[in-house]
Design a protein around this ligand. Sequence first.
Ligand code: A2P
Ligand code: MG
Ligand code: MG
Ligand code: MG
Length: 306
Amino acid sequence: MAKINILELLSACKNLAEESGEIITSVFKSGDLNVQMKGEDDPMTQADLLSQQHIIGGLNNLWSDLIIVGEESCEIPKTDKIPSINSLKQYENELEKKQPEFLSLDTKDLIIFIDPLDATREFTNGRVGCVMTLIGISYKGKPIAGVIYQPFVDADGIASKESSKWVGRSVWAVVGLPVVGLKDKRAPEDVGKVILVTTASHNNQQVEDAINKIKPDKLIRTGGAGYKTLMVIENLADVYVFPTVGTKLWDICGPHAILLAINGSLTDPFGNEIVYTNDPKKIDNKYGVVITIGDHQKYINLLNQK
Ligand SMILES: Nc1ncnc2c1ncn2[C@@H]1O[C@H](COP(=O)(O)O)[C@@H](O)[C@H]1OP(=O)(O)O
Ligand SMILES: [Mg+2]
Ligand SMILES: [Mg+2]
Ligand SMILES: [Mg+2]
């Protein structure tokens, strides 16, 4: 049975996500987004397609039997790309002590979830700060590693309108290893406040009900599932709630792994764990998601009060 080292797999994913960032910024600069509607309020652009093709094409060149679930339904043309598998090698000794089984995972129990471009709607109308590429690695139904790549930001992850500042930023984690490069970004005036972040473009009655139940001190509405989860990860928000169908497993797997690595939580609004599967009937987060960095049960209780 084929075995995979998580650090080699994540190194390849990180390399491919970073290169997808270049694809995404160059499509954006060209102005030729070629927006197609997959459904009501569900756009896809040339950048979503090319990014997914680049990532899956690269992974296929290294591991032909990997199970991959990508957001877009498209052909994957053969590429010459051989992704780097060695960029995280320095973490091998530490991982061997903490999660030795991760150095030799059964391929058949791995599923890779790819959102080649999260926040497509914002990408199409120029609000590119929330755009990111999300790659999550699940093992036996649970997220164990992930990478998110923000193309339109400086090295600190600050969004910029000026293309000269777009150096991009990767945030990656393996559950069980310390997370590299994350900062607590809570503003001093927001310490002690409850900050809730939710959708800017898919508002509905359930979202309003959830806000009324949690009664946050501050409410932020912005785009992208990855962007909102990163806000929780960096302590810019306490809770991200989207209590209804809309996001899919590829929107949350990578961010979920990074969240778990810093002891955060992601469940459905009833507090049930998400099961990562490639069963197309179970790809929707049909009850929605609740994402926190602490006090998870408090928010679940508030959401379920009568
Ligand atoms: N109704 C929907 N149809 C398709 N994708 C959705 C829907 N609702 C949410 N999403 C996905 O979840 C992300 C977060 O949603 P929101 O910004 O409303 O909070 C969106 O950027 C989109 O990901 P994507 O852009 O990768 O298609
Ligand atoms: Mg989409
Ligand atoms: Mg998405
Ligand atoms: Mg997407």
